[in-house]
Design a binder for this molecule. Sequence first.
Ligand SMILES: *Cc1c(COP(=O)(O)O)cnc(C)c1O
Length: 446
Amino acid sequence: MDQQMKLERESISLLSKALERLEVGFDLPEMNQSFDTNKMEEVILRTAEKMQNNYPYFHPLFAGQMLKPPHPIAKAAYMLAMWINPNNHAMDGSKASSPMEKEVVTDLARMFGWNKHLGHLTSGGTMANLEALWIAGNIHPDKIIVASDQAHYTHERISEVLKLPFEKIASDPQGRLGLEALEEKLKRGNVGTVVCTMGTTGLGAVDPLAEVLELKKKYKFRIHADAAYGGYFRIVDNLESDTILKYKLLEEVDSLVIDPHKQGLQPYGCGCVLFQDPGVAKYYIHDSPYTYFTSDELHLGEISLECSRAGASAVGLWATHQLLPPVPDGQFSKDLKKSRSAAVEFYKKLLSSDDFLPIVAPETDIVAWTLKGSSTSEMSKKAQAFFKKAEENHLYLSLYKYPTSKFDEVDFNIDTDYLVCLRSSLMKPEHDDWLDIIWDRLQKSL
Ligand SMILES: *Cc1c(COP(=O)(O)O)cnc(C)c1O
């Protein structure tokens, strides 16, 4: 029997000390507060029991969907902010946390090599992409937005919400934006924005930004980089050299989205949108009869579509950047490199296995693979059964549909449009240390 796992508790004692430090900053008379703690205890324990019905997202044996636990410093700082509950809409609701947000957003812009920017945190990548495409639509009204068929589905839906024409471009077998298909589309004209996904949600593939930048010179369009998942790989050097170059070239895109709540160790509710041209602020301009006259400083609500936003997200990210700055050669980057090496190692194991077959070589830290079989229908069935079997062995994977039209020469029958395969986002640095245990459980699940 395995040792019973323990949840992280350091953040609780840190939080307690931090609350003491926080309260001395307010020179106010004591408040009378009393709560029925017995009743609260009964409720919170029942809540804990409800929460037992979860997959262990925080554990290295959860090697499926994109779920990375927040760092203890992020949890402690986020919770600390809860005692103030700041709202980063206007300055008077977030005197401390709005400046912290401006600081972390600048850190992120610098990480991408930008020396000027306009940007802010959002509730997530969806909202951040919505703002980027909203600006794109303002700059090129009626022009088409294109993205690869492997781009996050949100781009198509956002375009629908914004009533902007949207078209999909076929991807290559590695799941990257197809350049021939893109140029064909560009030749037909009226493309206003090309979305490049810098780490797709399915395969972690990175679109060919160098070539898209070349095409931009000829056909003139905006480039929006959706780096919600993969953006932090910008500060990692154990990728293929052409992938490193693609991340370097993020310096030249018009707008960019990154999700600190994906790879950036933050609790949910933390995305970020960045524009290279601060002048796009003019599209955001509006007035608020309630809030903006209390300070002459920029209110983040003046450059954001969302009104109320959790100041706590900015506080959590700020504290994380103090401890683990998003720079090359820092601890954060070292940990991200471990995820990448876990993916490479895992891929090698799959390649030499008699039972498994990797779909493509991982470009970042996501691996997709299947079980060998004589046809895609048989393999899909096997993968689905294996997914359940692995869960019985406390190894948590995810499933992904790979379009079989992308297969070139293969030694199995293609009798379905999609191959259901297994997928692992190895985004916890611990995955690297746990790879042998993960592999054992995979063998046991056969
Ligand atoms: C996760 C993701 C999104 C959506 O972001 P949310 O934070 O889930 O709203 C968009 N694009 C990509 C590439 C993603 O991985």
